[in-house]
Design a protein around this ligand. Structure first.
Ligand code: SF4
Length: 483
């Protein structure tokens, strides 16, 4: 049992003052709303070449984005294409394999053997990929990586479709060792409203002792603040989750952007908990998980002490990247599939969202990169500060002197420290000559602390990540399936 004292819900004054100041999730910095479309495929290959020259053994993560889903969950922000048609899936996989082949040809030309240590199947719903197609993908990966070299191989699972213990055995036999279930809320009434009904009885038969023994870690994603969801509903979902005993949970707040996602527009017909209630939902959930042996390891993650993320936090290797919290075995990501992101050192890249543009680039034998960004020294410094806030709840001034050459932290960050003064007054942050520390109440405002260090946000703000030509076009379903 954890001995951590339960957290107190922030008072109404704090919620009113800081609730709307949430920055992004800071999985990288600056966020992709600022990336530029002139950074294309050739810049990506140059960044890879630079890595080959300077850090040939750098451990890498490979992320494969399969965008198809059977139905649109109404809360979703992910890049999805709604189709259960296996011909659509097969055609897409042909193209995704072409993208892998272009990368492999480039590696071969350079005589480079990439040191892939993590493999992630994300989406969309990668668990609706047929077993034959899944084997086809693994076969195509063979020249690039060996399953036995991977620290971690994960897949996101939608429990509603084609899921069985046999399918779990299949994943295990293929080398998958961590699985993540999108649950969001177990309540069927909430489920109907968000177009995603997955009660506990759907997961229970899948989580047999045999299945648990096959995977190093089982994750659930939950969301609070969903339309029609009450505090009591969410408490019950938390209880059901604890009973089903995952190793790790991500507990996210609903991001409601009806201006970007048409499917969010239906929410206004339903009861939506106010921020005072959603804050309470999250604090209650954190306390309940703590009482049941989980640790609060990040802004929105809970993990058992035996889970690799909890261990990484204790050992100081916990890391954050476009995939989310990771044990820190690799910071560079090669992203494959539409909308996926590549992060190679200080270079960021993102692929096209629209399938026609993604396919056209591959038909030209080009990597389908739509935009990118080169982080400056100052960006990298601020990124590290934000990561320290969301990973370890403190910023050590000495670290930034020793590792980044910031001789006088207080002078370099004078505007930020001035802005943080009110966080200190409100007891969200403590500052002394050596450190900036997040307090217990501050745990619920870590994104707001990061935002203080976000120079782009302060100077001109961000557009939403989908507010550019290809991102907006991809919100039109007809465009996605016209190929
Ligand atoms: S939540 Fe998952 S299954 Fe639902 S639409 Fe989004 S990506 Fe697809």
């Amino acid at each position: 049992m954890s001995i951590k004292k339960p957290y107190q819900a922030p008072d109404e004054g704090l919620i009113k003052k800081y609730g709307d100041r949430q920055g992004s999730f800071y999985t990288f910095y600056p966020m992709n709303g600022l990336w530029k479309d002139e950074a294309g495929a050739s810049a990506y290959l140059e960044a890879i070449d630079e890595m080959i020259e300077t850090r040939p053994d750098a451990p890498l993560s490979l992320y494969l984005h399969f965008p198809f889903c059977m139905k649109q969950c109404l809360f979703c922000h992910c890049f999805t294409v709604i189709s259960g048609d296996k011909d659509d899936h097969g055609k897409f996989i042909d193209y995704m394999l072409k993208e892998l082949e272009i990368l492999q040809q480039h590696f071969d030309k350079r005589g480079f053997k990439p040191n892939f240590r993590e493999l992630h199947f994300g989406g969309g719903s990668p668990s609706i990929i047929s077993e034959d197609d899944f084997r086809r993908i693994w076969k195509a990966l063979e020249p690039m990586l060996r399953a036995e070299d991977l620290y971690e191989c994960t897949i996101e699972i939608d429990p509603r479709y084609e899921m069985s213990v046999d399918r779990m055995r299949f994943y295990h036999d293929m080398g998958v060792d961590r699985i993540s279930f999108g649950v969001q809320d177990f309540n069927p009434n909430v489920g109907k409203i968000i177009n995603r009904v997955n009660p506990p009885e759907m997961l229970e038969p899948l989580l047999t002792d045999e299945v648990r023994s096959m995977f190093k870690s089982i994750n659930f994603d939950l969301i609070y603040g969903l339309p029609s969801q009450t505090s009591e509903d969410f408490k019950q979902t938390v209880q059901d989750a604890i009973r089903l005993n995952p190793d790790r949970l991500a507990v996210y707040v609903l991001g409601n952007r009806p201006d970007i996602y048409r499917h969010h527009q239906s929410f206004n017909k339903h009861y939506m908990a106010a921020s005072i209630e959603t804050s309470g939902m999250f604090v209650d959930a954190v306390n309940e998980f703590l009482e049941n042996g989980y640790e609060f390891i990040g802004i929105d993650h809970m993990a058992k002490p035996t889970d690799v993320l909890a261990i990484a936090k204790k050992e100081g290797t916990l890391f954050r990247n476009a995939i989310g919290y990771t044990p820190g075995r690799s910071s560079d990501i090669i992203g494959v599939g539409p909308s996926s992101m590549g992060i190679v050192g200080d270079h960021y890249f993102q692929n096209y969202y629209t399938l026609p543009s993604y396919y056209e680039a591959l038909d030209r034998d080009e990597l389908p990169v739509v935009r990118g960004f080169v982080a400056s020294d100052d960006d990298v410094l601020r990124r590290e500060i934000m990561f320290d806030v969301v990973l370890y709840e403190k910023i050590s001034k000495a670290k930034f002197r020793d590792q980044y050459g910031v001789e006088n932290f207080d002078e370099y960050f004078a505007p930020e420290l001035k802005e943080l003064a009110e966080f200190v007054t409100d007891r969200l942050v403590e500052i002394d000559a050596d450190e900036i520390r997040i307090t217990d109440t501050g745990r619920f405002y870590q994104r707001q602390v990061c935002k203080v260090f976000d120079l782009y946000d302060r100077e001109h703000g961000y557009t939403h990540s989908r507010e550019f030509d290809d991102g907006t076009a991809a919100l039109d379903r007809k465009v996605q399936l016209q190929t």
